[in-house]
Design a protein around this ligand. Sequence first.
Ligand code: ZN
Length: 277
Amino acid sequence: MTANHIATDAPPITISVQELTQFCDDYLSAGAFKDYAPNGLQVDGGRAVQRIITGVTACEALIDAAIAANADTIMVHHGYFWKGEPAPITGMKGRRIRKLMQHGISMIGYHLPLDAHPVVGNNAKLAEMLDMNITGALYPSESHPVGNISTCIPQNADSLIAQITKALGRTPLHISANYAHVNSNAITKGNDKLIERVGICTGGAQDMIEQAAVMGCDAFISGEISERTTHIARELGIDYFACGHHATERGGIQALGDIIAQQFGLPVTFIDIDNPA
Ligand SMILES: [Zn+2]
């Protein structure tokens, strides 16, 4: 009998969706977070867990990919049931949940616990991907530190742009802190400012740039940018790098998937639904 036969004949590894959720709840200390959406099991597809798909957002394209892969469980960073959204399960929301239910697919979501975790969190993974050393938190707290402050080899903005582009596969939008000086010709070597101390908070954390300035960071890295962010960066003298909400939040769910694959021996596959925002 070949190894192939043994693998085919062996009963597949199966755990309950409750067991999987309990493990993740404990690992991420999910119960300790006040969040904008429920963390953990959001849709119970009613089947045992044998094949898991992970992704950033539980959009319809990810559900279609999970169906095509014959998966029974989807795990994401952005799930459903956000605070303030209409409760009825109709329209786009209805279509997504109906598809999950009809195909017996469970959906598990972790939001803030998956941003903040010191090992698999989005913020920790982004610092790691950029070869930076985490030295503290953007908002220090014993129970709930938010974001991180990291140090890198002193480099100018162009060099950091190149590093981010290589790590994330897309070029960040950079707002230089030296705008006013460049305009008045007061400083001719504006782009030679060295960046060493960097605030990091993934996703839609652009307004934390003010806290990064308070904490003495040379630059701040997040996902999104607002119109006001440009002026804040210029006036507070801190470089800003908008690297994409989606692009900066791919690390956490993939790292959690690796932990689950290790713990339970289940196949876990990350599917990247392209998103330029
Ligand atoms: Zn997010």
